[in-house]
Design a protein around this ligand. Structure first.
Ligand SMILES: NC(=O)c1ccc[n+]([C@@H]2O[C@H](COP(=O)([O-])OP(=O)(O)OC[C@H]3O[C@@H](n4cnc5c(N)ncnc54)[C@H](OP(=O)(O)O)[C@@H]3O)[C@@H](O)[C@H]2O)c1
Length: 431
């Protein structure tokens, strides 16, 4: 008779939304997990800040560690599961300690990977360990696995995504309820949808972290979050949403990463997308990632980007890979072979949506067209709305141009004497 298979022993640091979700799956599906991996998956020790907190799961069978670093280095832990969050301090220290102690690591922490991915990947791979982080990008959607495994035979052309459910909730709620940004922002806060620092969500930082991780895998470059162009959704008004809809578009906080002759582009900015496209139809808190490969063409992945079940599902996918003996380099190729990214100084040309408030004077439209023309921006479509007072909203869709040319045009508009207030310019992404 052969010896029973060795269990894979987890040490879980962080018993919040995701951590407790993982505990529940391990407890609920013990038999299934053993059947699928050929060995039991067990939890030996856990850690959080407050031991007295009621946590909606029975933790009595597990050792409690006050210090996550001590948990990460225990002899009876094979995999350190980091579910605390934060890119400095305890999460980073404990991850490094775990790798140095010969443990594999599973984490849901996009900030940690976006800021320290290269350093951690080199450390892990030098020590013969793995770091897995499916839950860090788009929650329950298996996008890391898709890029590193299923699509590994493709040269990736572009990766796009709506990867912050809170922003998509705010934008779709503004549209469906006809409510202004500030009201919906407050609603989202009341519902607990916003991070403690809301700028992580609405400023595009959280989604930018995710995009930088995807870009590293897709293009074989070192993670470079600092090169992600970030613009939040705070500038989007209900007027923009309505006017964009009139012209057949939806506004999304869209991440786009692509490698062009100009270098690596990484943008997390509000964009217009065709209303009939999969991205345009995405409602509420759902996430979507679109990947374009040279052989596969375009694939669209859609699902829950957050929440206990979806995020724990992704963590467990990583744990099961480790239990089965699947070991991949952190970013799909050895960390030492990842290239230093050359950030594109200019983004790929695209049509732009321009909204401006035009003073009601004869010849005003001609002055605008001339200012845009001087900046090399040509107009594809223009629509003027009726006015209640001395100004009227005008919408312009340009032919393909660069953000630089648009910025030059916008800088020239006040000099025309016919524009009131600051124009809004949003890229129209061809998806
Ligand atoms: N929630 C989601 O839907 C989601 C989705 C994708 C990725 N993630 C990522 O998953 C990670 C965890 O998120 P979460 O939503 O589960 O967070 P959470 O509910 O706030 O839970 C965080 C847990 O970490 C513990 N913790 C924090 N700092 C600690 C420290 N210094 N020492 C020990 N324990 C510490 C907390 O302890 P106490 O309970 O005692 O305070 C808590 O149990 C984050 O990296 C997050 O970005 C979350």
């Amino acid at each position: 008779m052969s010896a029973p298979a060795q269990p894979l022993r987890l040490g879980i640091a962080g018993l919040g939304t995701v951590g407790i979700g993982v505990v529940k799956i391990v407890q609920r599906h013990a038999e299934m997990l053993t059947a699928r991996t050929g060995r039991p998956v067990t939890i030996t020790a856990v850690s959080a800040r407050d031991r007295t907190k009621n946590r909606d799961a029975d933790l009595s069978a597990y050792a409690w560690e006050t210090d996550p670093v001590a948990l990460a280095t225990r002899d009876d832990v094979d995999v350190f599961v980091e579910l605390m969050g934060g890119h400095e301090g305890t999460a980073k220290d404990a991850t490094i300690a775990a790798l140095n102690a010969g443990k594999d690591v599973v984490t849901a922490n996009k900030a940690l990977l976006a800021h320290h991915g290269q350093e951690l990947a080199e450390l892990a791979e030098g020590a013969g360990r793995v770091i897995r982080y499916e839950a860090a990008v788009a929650g329950g959607i298996p996008v890391i696995k898709s890029l590193t495994e299923g699509l590994a035979g493709n040269a990736i052309r572009r990766v796009m995504g709506v990867m912050n459910g809170t922003c998509n909730y705010i934008l779709t709620r503004m549209e469906t309820a006809g409510l202004p940004y500030d009201t919906v922002f407050e609603e989202a806060r009341q519902l607990g949808y916003l991070e403690a620092d809301p700028n992580l969500d609405v400023g595009g930082i959280d989604a930018g972290h995710k995009l930088s991780i995807l870009a590293a895998i897709a293009f074989g470059t070192k993670v470079s979050f600092d090169n992600v162009v970030l613009e939040g959704i705070g500038c989007i008004s209900i007027d923009d949403i309505r006017r964009a809809a009139d012209m057949g578009y939806k506004i999304k906080l869209l991440g786009v990463a692509q490698m062009t002759g100009r270098g690596l582009e990484q943008r997390m900015t509000p964009c217009l997308v065709p209303a009939a496209s999969p991205l345009g139809q995405l409602q509420g808190g759902t996430n979507m990632v679109v990947i374009e490969g040279d052989s596969v063409g375009q694939i669209v992945l859609r699902g829950a980007g957050a929440g206990e079940g979806p995020t724990a599902s992704a963590v467990m996918g990583d744990v099961l890979d480790i239990a089965r003996g699947l070991r991949l380099p952190t970013f799909g190729q050895p960390a030492t072979s990842l290239a230093d990214p050359i950030p594109a100084a200019v983004s790929a040309p695209a049509p732009f949506y321009l909204r401006l408030q035009l003073v009601d004077k004869p010849g005003a439209l001609a002055k605008i067209a001339s200012a845009l023309g001087d900046a090399g921006v040509s107009i594809s479509r223009m629509r003027q709305y009726g006015h209640a007072d001395t100004t009227a909203p005008v919408l312009i869709v340009t032919h393909k141009t660069t953000r630089d040319a648009i910025d030059v045009a916008i800088a020239a508009l006040p000099g025309t004497g016919v524009v009131d207030g600051a124009p809004v310019a949003l890229r129209i992404e061809e998806v």
